[in-house]
Design a binder for this molecule. Structure first.
Ligand code: 0O2
Ligand code: 0O2
Length: 207
């Protein structure tokens, strides 16, 4: 297979979606509302990982375009858990893509402890041979979820996918700690908001 030719529209999609989703930050800045997006990254899956995943899942290489949903991957990092819902709404409301599947690993975490919200979209790319609709997996997560997933991912790589069971248990505990951190941060933010509103109200009453 001519990998570079096959992957070209995926690279195009990742580049375009990074620009489009990063654009929300500037749009929110103008409205002086808090942006639900902290930062956006993206990548096309490296060829050796594509081959390994296809083999592991018994996918024929000729059907990668329909069966492997994360050849093009975008990640959106948020400050707070609530922001994830706001980002998913923004994605659903876009008219330049179509949501084909959503996987909520926040309400129901994976057994590794992994949490994120995955949205698979179909995105049209204009290529030299016309329009191609391709699948892109958008992972939406908080900074704490991302911190955990990044480290767990590199440990998995280091242990060749066979993390010892005591390390797995500690990672599960760390995932819970990350989730509690998210909850605590949200509560702190809510309390500050209430205090700010009271302060503004008090000043208004005194005037
Ligand atoms: P590794 O092995 O994970 O460290 P720029 O537009 O110039 O700011 P650039 O250089 O294209 O950005 O990269 P960007 O957008 O910052 O993101 C690249 C990194 O994003 C990758 O790191 C991945 O770790 C991560 N990433 C983003 N989305 C996904 C995804 O859906 N799946 C996975 N697995 N990773 C993702 P590296 O350095 O390529 O690799
Ligand atoms: P990469 O590029 O190395 O990150 P499966 O591969 O069966 O787990 P499926 O059904 O294709 O998954 O889709 P799923 O689970 O919605 O999304 C897969 C992607 O989510 C993974 O990509 C990871 O990026 C992320 N992910 C899922 N589970 C975990 C986990 O336990 N830990 C971490 N760190 N990330 C996870 P890949 O294919 O692993 O590739």
């Amino acid at each position: 297979m001519e990998w570079e030719i096959f992957l070209a529209p995926y690279r195009q999609a990742v580049d375009e979606l990074k620009v489009k989703l990063r654009g929300y930050r500037d749009l929110y800045e103008v409205t002086s509302e808090n942006s639900p997006i902290e930062f956006v990254t993206g990548r096309v899956k490296p060829i050796p990982s594509i081959i390994e995943k296809a083999r592991r899942k018994g996918m024929p290489l000729t059907q990668l375009n329909t069966q492997m949903q994360d050849l093009a991957g975008i990640r959106v990092m948020c400050q707070f858990v609530d922001d994830i819902r706001r980002v998913v709404e923004l994605i659903r409301s876009r008219t330049d893509l179509m949501v084909v599947e959503e996987r909520d690993y926040i309400s129901e975490k994976k057994k590794s402890g992994y949490r994120s919200y995955h949205v698979v979209v179909q995105y049209p790319v204009q290529t030299v041979s016309g329009e191609k609709k391709i699948l892109v997996e958008i992972q939406v997560r908080t900074l704490a979820m991302n911190f955990w997933a990044t480290i767990e991912h590199s440990l998995n790589y280091k242990y060749n996918g066979k993390i010892p069971s005591d390390v797995k248990t500690r990672l599960l505990r760390a995932a819970e700690a990350a989730f509690r951190l998210d909850e605590e941060m949200s509560q702190i933010r809510d309390e500050i908001r209430v205090a700010q509103l009271r302060f503004l109200q008090k000043n208004a009453d005194e005037e």
